[in-house]
Design a binder for this molecule. Structure first.
Ligand code: NAD
Length: 457
């Protein structure tokens, strides 16, 4: 049994059983059986995804409440998480396949199609349990796969409730949830009956996942860590940039967002203004229990995560950086709360800058030349997103194109996942993609078809 606790109050919420090897085998067998039959009909899959969206819409309040209790984020953020998942389900419910033609002449016709990969394993982290699940389920189900989902051991409750709610609209065996810890995840990676593994989580775990998938040569999508830089030129609208970047790191999920801005590089003339803008923003942020109305930022999800981010801040202080952590009092609760921190006067190679902090602590580093800014933006092993800020769009775009990252933003930084826009990382932020048509490609076996004809004469 895995005990689930509320990260704000530390109250015990539930005990969830861990799937046994025999249960995993049984789930794979039922998922394999479900590949045949009604699930082969794309119309059935589209209708099921539309029904899933309707059910999530109807049950948003109840699911958001479970999410807040088990994950910690404020209810408003949990509702947004559900709304994003609903948009994804609706997008793939409406998505129509096509078979692109490569060549069509009197002598030959060459084109491509897609078929399902088979049973797909989906391993999900704790920060956005439902959105990230739907980023996998939407394209995965639409492409015709059947599924085993492994939620994070600390956030299985909303996933289990969702699966219970949508079971009636899916053929038996299409969706199976196997709760558990790393061992259950590793068993999915190694299982010979699973054809595809889609994993979202940290880069170190991603390496282990890739190794365990190697013996069966599974198709693999890895959505891993991010240390997203924002590069801000002095001609940018500094208050607007600070407000938009703060929405990613100092918002409800307390910076525990893979696409959050994790380091800011500012052209030196604008550095002081940028630091002041962030410091003003964090002073207004109320941290607390996500079920309290008016709370803007929840706790860190685990004690370990709070201690990790706290350790990076202690290290920054030891390096004589300025750590600004001022704002409304923290609640009188035993949870993993932390005030948002703006860190300036910190060296570009400090751990808080170079590591993914995954928490509400933002380092701001000045630069003098474009070459220096580019080297900083490309430093490190991760490459999820990057944003560039300038009044000169052409300059910003030309600069952004030299950054190795999966998504490049000009005068904005990430956003809630958009079902039409593919999402995936560069470097050790992973490979493969979710959402958009790329998501369907990643969930399918693509094939080439060719007909050759005798041409008379
Ligand atoms: P994690 O890597 O610890 O765990 C993710 C999932 O993998 C969990 O369900 C866990 O039980 C499972 N797991 C652990 N060990 C495993 C193993 N050996 N084999 C198979 N499965 C295993 O990540 P986390 O702490 O839950 O989430 C935070 C991390 O996720 C951060 O690094 C964040 O950047 C990353 N993340 C990435 C994206 C993205 O799309 N790129 C999105 C959200 C989070």
């Amino acid at each position: 049994m895995i005990a689930i606790h509320n990260p704000a109050t530390l109250a015990h919420l539930a005990d969830v059983p861990s799937a046994t090897p025999a249960e995993i085998d049984a789930a794979v067998a039922t998922a394999q059986a479900a590949l045949d039959g009604p699930w082969q009909d794309p119309g059935v899959r589209k209708a099921a995804l539309a029904d899933i969206a309707d059910i999530m819409e109807r049950e948003t309040e109840a699911l958001a409440h479970i999410l807040t209790l088990e994950q910690g984020k404020p209810l408003a953020t949990a509702r947004m998480e559900l709304a994003t998942a609903i948009r994804i389900a609706r997008h793939y419910a409406a998505w129509d396949d096509h078979e692109p033609v490569i060549r069509d002449t009197p002598g030959e016709r060459v084109w491509t199609d897609r078929i399902p990969l088979g049973v797909a394993g989906m391993i999900v982290p704790w920060n956005f349990p439902i959105t990230i699940l739907m980023m996998k389920l939407g394209p995965g189900l639409r492409a015709g796969n059947t599924v085993l989902v492994k939620p994070s051991p600390s956030t299985p409750l909303a996933t289990l409730r969702l699966a219970e709610l949508i079971a009636p609209v899916l053929p038996v065996g299409v969706l199976n949830v196997v709760p558990g810890d790393a061992g259950v995840g590793a068993a999915l990676c190694a299982h010979p009956g699973i054809a595809k593994l889609s994993f979202t989580g940290s880069t170190p775990t991603g390496r282990r996942v890739m190794a365990s998938c190697a013996p069966t040569l599974k198709r693999l999508t890895l959505e891993l860590g991010g240390n997203d830089p924002a590069i801000v030129f002095a001609d940018a609208d500094i208050p607007a940039a600070a407000r938009r970047l703060a929405m990613t790191v100092f918002s409800g999920a307390a910076g525990q967002i893979c696409q959050a801005c994790k380091r800011v590089y500012v052209e030196r003339p604008a550095h002081a203004e940028m630091v002041a803008a962030f410091e003003e923003i964090v002073q207004g942020i109320r941290v607390g229990d996500g079920t309290d109305a008016g709370v803007m930022m929840g706790p860190l999800h685990t004690a370990g995560q709070r201690d990790f981010v706290g350790g990076l801040l202690d290290d920054a202080r030891a390096r004589k950086a300025r750590v600004f952590q001022d704002g409304p009092a923290l609640p009188d609760l035993p949870g993993h709360f932390m005030r948002p921190a703006v860190v300036s006067g910190i060296a570009a190679d400090a751990p808080l800058v170079m590591q993914e902090q995954f928490g509400p602590a933002l380092p701001i580093v000045p630069f003098d030349t474009e070459a220096e800014a580019l080297a900083m933006a490309n430093s490190g092993e991760l490459g999820l997103d990057a944003s560039v800020w300038s009044a000169d769009e052409d300059r910003a775009l030309a600069f952004a194109r030299r950054i190795r990252a999966g998504s490049l933003f000009i005068n904005t930084h990430a956003a809630p996942p958009d079902p039409e826009i593919p999402f995936g990382g560069a470097k050790q932020s992973g490979f493969g993609a979710e959402l958009g048509d790329w998501g369907i490609d990643d969930a399918s076996q693509r094939r080439v078809l060719k007909i050759e004809r005798q041409v008379a004469g």
